[in-house]
Write a protein that binds this ligand. Sequence first.
Ligand code: AKG
Length: 262
Amino acid sequence: MRLTEEQLRRLDEDGFLVLPGVFTPEEVELLRGEVPGMVAEQRPENPREAGKSTVRNILSLHRRNELYRRLVSHPRMLEAARQILGEECYPQQVKINLKTGFDGGGFEWHTDFATHHNRDGVPKPRALNFHIHLDDVTEFNGPLMFVPGSHKREIPLKRSVDGEKWELWTVPHEAVTELVNELGMVSAKGPRGTLLVFGDNLLHVSAANVSPYPRWIFSVIYNPCSNPATKDVPEMAHERDRRPLQSLADDCLLQPVLPAAA
Ligand SMILES: O=C(O)CCC(=O)C(=O)O
């Protein structure tokens, strides 16, 4: 998928895009069908909500599941990422944030680059976050909220922890207040199949899910091959295979998944 000039202009100006209907109901159903089996697995790539047994996110999906391996190379995301970046990229991190009804915690105010740089040693804020709504995301189940234009500002940081133990660099509330007063906030709502694209320096947040409804969002972070991590972090946090991704066919999710050869 190629973005229009207008979409590229909005991404540059606002720092994000919300594109409904990029993935079809049939594709989303297939992707959703793979989730319960992965959530049930007991493995370090399924970190829990702080102090709870509820799984917060499921990571390294492209290494665990054939459909998600295809999804990271889907042309509706990968070609748009290459168009924006102007170069080849690798999937830095691949996950679903489950934000389970009643139990799913929020994500503090942050920019992704702060963590990518300080924790992973990524040199430049060039990575792009592509999200797909696997549930209808409404005002009730904890949508992401963006501060448009914040990616062009200098933002102070502090080190904190997300979920059980993940390092997350957040933004002090005084700085958030100033930026939100000036630039406002946009809530990234949209039905299943909506695609969000946002850059590494965009200030964002999401609240806890106090509704009964889950809020599954798939996320792949595409980082240019010329901008790899320089620190040694677990593979589920930052992919070690930094070879360029190759696009698959547009109908790749609809093709049968054959049983692995014995
Ligand atoms: O899933 C969420 O609510 C937040 C995700 C997020 O902050 C991120 O992907 O950087």
